[in-house]
Design a protein around this ligand. Sequence first.
Ligand SMILES: Nc1ncnc2c1ncn2[C@@H]1O[C@H](COP(=O)(O)OP(=O)(O)OP(=O)(O)O)[C@@H](O)[C@H]1O
Length: 358
Amino acid sequence: MGFLALKTYQYRNLKDAEVCLDAPRVFLVGENGQGKSNLLEAIYLLSFGSSFRTRRDQELIRRGCGELALHGKTAEHDISFLLSGKNGTTKSIKLDGKPVTDRKELVRIFPAIVFCHDDISFVNGSPERRRWFFDQTMSLHEPLFIDTLRSYRKILKLRNMALKEDRRDLLDVYDIQLARAGMEIQEKRREAIEGFNTTFSSLHEKVSGLEGEMKIAYRPSWKGCKGEEDVGVLLHRRRESDLEMKTSGSGPHRDRFAFLLEGRDFSSIASTGQLRLLSLLLRVGQARFFYEKCGRRPVLLLDDVLLELDPRRRQRFLGTLPEADQIFFTFLPDRQYSELKGNDTMLLRVKEGEFIEE
Ligand SMILES: Nc1ncnc2c1ncn2[C@@H]1O[C@H](COP(=O)(O)OP(=O)(O)OP(=O)(O)O)[C@@H](O)[C@H]1O
């Protein structure tokens, strides 16, 4: 479901105005720092309830102001995002006038997938970034997975507190709960990677021009554990070392994912262009995976990510973009966006927070 219009008030550097977005493809063209990414972020805020660039909501409020409002319109829904109250700390999201209490509700209605610069960290960043990416991939089509992650985090926190305070009496109970939530995550991740690989390997082969099969390997921290009982035994065996370290040294929060080209680790030897391409294809894979599971087309937000690809790879990459309800692209004025422009494209010039259709 594409966005027909977006209205902003006191949001970053965007002028208070309503912007028409009624086209399957929207090109945002402007110099650096004019507000292109800010508009993509606004769409994402309405779709997801939080930013892909910052965890601090107050940063979104225009400097010197105390609150902000965003309103989005699709053919079927109205969605609003407000920050108000003292220092803009009260967040309120409304769908067709009714408060949204859990972001899970939004994900199903407004699936949005963002391709941004930081995505490269899914390939060359910390293991936590890769876990985050695959957890997000699953949460998109299975919002209940968010609850499983939340309960795992809660019990992990309690267990870590007990380890810090040397409360051995609590550990038996916490171990059982950790094993239950953790095994559910492990099984879901294993299943998801199997499915994801089918799409991802063939995508990579088509676009990268590299020989050999690219696969993502899932390496669970509770390796070899077939069920909760096995995990219980493992946690018990490692208890003394956990108590010494004052933290839980094993579990899904320590799971790893690796990119293997013909069975060999690829991220440590890949060039920047190859890493970038890999990260873009992860997002394409995410969008396709979502479509396969839900039969629904997401909105795609591509924030300055085509720059690092050479023209041949860029063309091939664009050919792999999945079915989408709407796609937003950002471009610098001197880039060759015109060759990508079609009859279905709306071109908006962006200058000092203002959007003018061309
Ligand atoms: N809270 C805020 N209040 C006012 N202005 C802000 C705020 N946050 C960011 N800005 C301004 O927004 C502009 C950045 O816009 P944006 O990130 O959308 O750039 P862009 O057009 O995507 O350019 P680039 O190609 O550099 O990414 C900067 O001028 C910045 O000073």
